[in-house]
Design a binder for this molecule. Sequence first.
Ligand code: AHG
Ligand code: MN
Ligand code: MN
Length: 343
Amino acid sequence: MTAADIDGLENIQTDIVTLTRFILTEQGRYATQATGDFTLLLNSLQFAFKFIAHNIRRATLVNLIGLAGASNATGDDQKKLDVIGDEIFINAMKASGKVKVLVSEEQEEIIVFEGDGKYCVVCDPIDGSSNLDAGVSVGTIFGVYKLQPGSTGTVEDVLRPGKEMVAAGYTMYGASANLVLTTGNGVNGFTLDTALGEFILTHPNMKIPKSRSIYSVNEGNMCYWDAPTREYFESLKFPKEGGKPYSARYIGSMVADMHRTILYGGIFSYPADSKSKNGKLRLLYECFPMAMLIEQAGGLATTGTERILDMVPSKIHDRSGIFLGSELEVQKVLDIYKKHEGK
Ligand code: AHG
Ligand code: MN
Ligand code: MN
């Protein structure tokens, strides 16, 4: 007899796919090259996510909310949880023994670990930290490169195009902790079961809907946008005769806005400033991982004129403008930019 034969137990799952099981199965498919190193790296990553999630859950109770009293490498005020999240992440990556180079939003320079780690990890330990004190979802974003052959670990190992990343993902800390991961073979979503302490595969093979009438952007910045960007957003709000305007949804945590976009479809954008040509979001550890995920889920990610994953950062904290989301929504942005070319 099995559980399924017992009245009332038909829906009890006894064979669940944990993140570790999922990665071991994935590795089995590349048995000749797989060394188990990536599994161990992922183990340390998931430990960091659980530890950060735990701190966020108890933040209000143990006085972890509010400012730390300093600013980070890119000039943002640091929250206490930015500092704690960064430390948790660095310690977990160091302890894994598999990471040679680490880039964190909160650290001015790269960190090079001792040992013969073969991976480079880039991360935004807490994304959306301005939302922390209000209990709104925040997240951790990460991307993984392989160390270049023969390298002892330098900044050149991470100043590479996003398309060379071997894995990327984010964990959103909200009602539960949701990990969304790609290793270059589609996108899979996992939910933390706090009782088991395991991430469980709950969203296999995620695909972003081809189109959806939702846009997500901080419209307060409209005065800084270039003409194609303005034209694009105007076209969503003032549709042609008989059309319906789009809905606006903007949380202000990239991870949370991205999570909704991947699940429901639509477009998320943080456009560049038309004068400086710079965006707010950091190329290496915000734009690249999200662009890799969105492409793997069947969507597009662009600056309007360039595919995000083709870009090459010249410094680790470089910023870029970005549009990402459903294929048909982002295509409209590309069409408008094309039309403006040579105007
Ligand atoms: P971080 O908290 O890591 O500095 O990132 C904040 C980012 C991103 O999460 C979000 O999309 C964007 O900043 C929101 O910026 P605005 O407040 O300017 O809209
Ligand atoms: Mn961020
Ligand atoms: Mn951050």
